[in-house]
Each structure stands twice: as C-alpha cells, then as structure tokens.
Design a protein around this ligand. Structure first.
Ligand code: SAH
Length: 348
C-alpha cells in the first residue's frame, strides 16, 4: 500500500500519472484535499470522479496513526499527544499556542541513539526512523485541533524525540510537503531543525540553501564537558562543529540558534558563560538558555533561578545575544520523551 502523506506534490503528480494515468491537476486536487481541507476519507474528495476515488481507496492509505493519549496543560495552552502506529511504536508531538502563533514540535525518530545524558528520548535507544508521512500525521493532529478555532499551525520545530539529521531525507521530504503552497503552506523560514551537532548534516543543509532555521544543541563550551553530556561530541568535537556553523552562516547568511540546557553544577557556572562567549565570538547567533527539564531516570539538577539570570546577564555583558526560554506545559512533562517513557513503563 502507498502512503499518501509520504508524497510531495511533485511525487504525487508522478505517481498519479504513472499509476492511474491522471493529469497533474488531479494530483493538485488530491493534495488540496489532504492539506487544505484535511479530509480523512477518499469519499470526501468530491471533485474527483467516483472511479478514481475507488481506485485510490484500493491502492493507498491515508493516516495510520491513532491517539494513544493526550495531555492538556493547566498552566498554558499546551497540548501533548502520544501517537501510536500499527507496528506498536509511539511518539510524542506537542502543540504550543502562543499569542503570536501556533507552533508544533515534531518527533523525527522513535527514540534516539545519540545518548545525551540529560535526555529522556534516548533512554531506550532508537527503535526506528519516522517516515515523512508519519511526521506529517503528527502535524495534522495539532492542525485538526486548531481547525475547531479556525487557526493554523504557523511554525514547526523538529525538537521532539530523535535526531532529525540522522533521518535527513525523510525530514526534508516532510519539510517539502508541509511548506508547499498548495498544502499547509508553512514557510521554511518558520521551520526549525534542531541537531545534536551532526557536522555532515549541517554542511548539507548549508549547501542546499534551504531557508529553514538551524538550531544546534551545544550545551557546553568545551570538549571535556560536552563529551560528558553528549557522546556525539567524540565524533564531532566542538572545533569541527564550530567550523560547520561558520560554514553554514557564510553560505546562507543566516544566524544560528544555539540551545544551552542549564544543568545545575555542570555547565551553569560564570566561567562557562565566559567560555561560551569566547567560543561564539564572531558568529552571528542567538543562545537559547533552557532550564533543564527534570527526567526521573536522569541525574540532572536544575539550576537555581538566580544563577540562570546571572548566566544570562554574563552572556549579555560579553555581547552574546541570549534569551531564557519560556517553559511551556511544564506540568505535563512537555520535555519530549517523558510521556512515551511513562507509557512504556506502564506497558512493561
Ligand atoms: N536531537 C535534536 C533534537 C531533539 S531535542 C537535538 O539534539 O537538538 C530538542 C532539544 O531539547 C535539544 O536541544 C535537547 O538537547 C534538549 N533537551 C533534551 N533533554 C532535555 C532536558 N531534560 N531538559 C532540557 N532540554 C532537553
């Protein structure tokens, strides 16, 4: 069976032509039904001939994800979905409603193999990749919730579970599908890909000239500290990572977002702030300071509020652009991987 959500519009056009002998405008109609009208059955695609609707129903499937559970935050309009697929895997996706727009956090892999010591997503390793269509489905769950209010998803962050650059082709296909003007039309500028720091992926993204936003999970200003938090640093140490970041900036002219999760007693000293500022000097960028989310299986302490502000102030005094990330839905463990981890524990 063919999964329709896996197709970009141009792939759908080719497939409809080769498989069903249909002209290009038919593919566009189907695409609009999928993403603009967001129907869930072929029968609703009323401007297609009945014969074609039947043929589509016989040869392909729409979504296969089902909601396992969802949580609604009581402190802000954040909704977290745990979605399940027929092979038994589950992933999380989070809808965050801000007054400036609605943003969705998508998971790119089931689990993760990067092994960051503070992260819940990597606890059970990587189970499998998410296909583009499965990422599209995650987005559609949020969009359907917004449809009731007549609103749309305005931005997407690939910051759920998984390492998107370890699933590069499917992630970029997903981006092509959701950014298409005939579909959800989410501009690539409003799509952020967050990476643990896979250097080849950063270079490839730079070479492809996609106008997406790049976020790099830095979390430490030197190799000893970063390697102790992020095993990937042994493969791509900071000097190589920074080279790739400079390359990206030179090629695209775009500023990079660095994520820095503050872990109490680990990377939150003022010396670290100074070292971080030295490291980033000369690179147009922005630092997002994230108070680390508590993960029961992980031995991470939160940095005290006072120290978070001291760190932030220090960065700014060295001329580094930085913000403290506002936490959304902290009462529903919105740090990705935690709802899934709980669900797996219950099942076991
Ligand atoms: N693999 C990608 C994207 C997924 S994680 C990456 O590493 O960037 C999205 C962000 O959440 C990353 O910056 C990640 O390091 C961070 N993160 C993971 N666990 C966290 C925790 N317990 N508290 C705060 N941030 C966390």
């Amino acid at each position: 069976m063919v999964h329709l959500y896996d197709f970009t519009l141009s792939e759908l056009t080719t497939w409809m032509q080769e498989e069903h002998g249909e002209p290009a405008y038919r593919a566009r109609q189907v695409f609009e039904w999928l993403y603009q009208k967001r129907v869930t059955t072929f029968d609703e695609m009323t401007n297609l001939p009945k014969g074609l609707r039947n043929k589509l129903a016989e040869t392909c499937v729409l979504g296969t994800a089902a909601e396992v559970t969802h949580q609604q935050s009581k402190v802000d309009p954040t909704t977290k979905f745990l979605l399940g697929w027929p092979d038994g895997v589950t992933v999380e996706t989070v809808l965050m409603q801000h007054n400036y727009g609605n943003s969705v956090c998508v998971s790119s892999q089931v689990g993760c193999k990067m092994g960051c010591t503070f992260c819940a997503s990597t606890l059970g390793g990587m189970i499998r990749q998410m296909r583009a269509g499965e990422m599209v489905e995650q987005l559609l769950f949020s969009q359907r919730l917004l449809d009731d209010k007549g609103e749309r998803v305005s931005s997407v962050v690939l910051m759920g579970s998984g390492e998107p650059m370890d699933n590069y082709d499917q992630v970029m296909r997903f981006v092509d599908i959701i950014s298409d003007a005939h579909g959800l039309n989410i501009g690539q500028r409003h799509i952020t890909i967050s990476t643990v720091g896979l250097v080849p992926g950063i270079k490839r993204l730079a070479d492809e000239g996609r106008p997406m936003t790049l976020a790099v999970s830095l979390h430490a200003p030197n190799d000893a500290l970063r390697s102790s938090m992020m095993p990937v640093n042994k493969a791509y140490p900071i000097a190589k990572l920074m080279d790739a970041c400079h390359y990206y900036n030179q090629k695209t002219g775009k500023r990079i977002s660095f994520e820095y999760a503050l872990v109490g007693g680990k990377n939150d000293s003022l010396e670290c702030a100074k070292e971080l500022a030295d490291l980033l000097r000369g690179l147009p960028c922005h630092v997002n300071l994230i108070p680390v989310n508590y993960v029961p299986e992980r031995d991470v302490q939160r940095t005290a509020k006072k120290q978070i502000y001291a760190f932030w102030n220090a960065l700014q005094s060295y001329g580094v652009n930085a913000t403290i990330r506002r936490e959304m839905g902290h009462d529903i463990a919105a740090a990705c991987g935690q709802l899934r981890a709980e669900h797996m524990k219950e099942r076991a």
